[in-house]
Design a protein around this ligand. Sequence first.
Ligand code: AP5
Length: 223
Amino acid sequence: MRIVLVGPPGAGKGTQAAYLAKNLGIPHISTGDLFRANMSQGTPLGQQAKEYMSAGQLVPDSVTIGMAEDRMEQPDAEGGFLLDGFPRNIGQAQALDDYLQRKGLSLDAVLDLEVPEDEVVKRIAGRRICRNDSSHVYHEVYNKPKTAGVCDQCGGELYQREDDSEETVRKRLDVYHTETEPIIDYFKAQDLVITIPAMGPVDEVTRRSMAALEVTEDDGDAA
Ligand code: AP5
């Protein structure tokens, strides 16, 4: 399966992507995680991305599209993938369509995670991420680690993302409304969008998403 997850910052895309990718047996490709990995390794791409991410702006398409395509070219993505945070504007959506067309492939669905804005702000304020692996995501209230400040999965230190400050979150929400929301209509025109109410417990949202994709956990290799 080839799936895109869309939704405002803090909607739970990364949290859901981790479970869905595991259930579906496909890699979770997060452009935000790819940028953060480059930043922590101090690569030129990471240095370039840092200034935009710290300001809550989109990293330019000239950098992002090539990075996403390189990741989709990896052997583990041959049977499908779950994109989280890409595409994020109309230019990227068109680039994804072009890429898939060149490969003779297509998307199966675009899951739009719907969460009210005041909930998104609460989710981001309490979010803590693992230093070893930014796909290990917790929340101080909703999804606590067993030991405060320590990742359950690998023992790594938990920290708050620099772009989760209140001011930057406001900017990221603005950018979401102006740049990213239009891709929902873009994909609606292709009849690909499924809206998922994303309030409630994490496993409940995962079940809704799996049901919307018409797969059960036993269909793990439905990719
Ligand atoms: P990115 O890393 O993609 O961030 P984002 O889209 O802003 O989304 P978040 O990671 O903030 O939230 P999420 O929806 O994944 O929520 P999460 O699962 O963590 O992008 C960061 C930056 O990178 C961008 O601003 C941009 O600069 C750059 N970038 C990335 N991709 C780009 C692109 N394609 N083009 C250009 N620039 C790009 O959940 C949030 C919290 O809520 C967690 O604490 C979690 O535990 C909790 N939670 C989750 N689900 C639930 C639930 N059901 N109930 C209660 N709590 C929950």
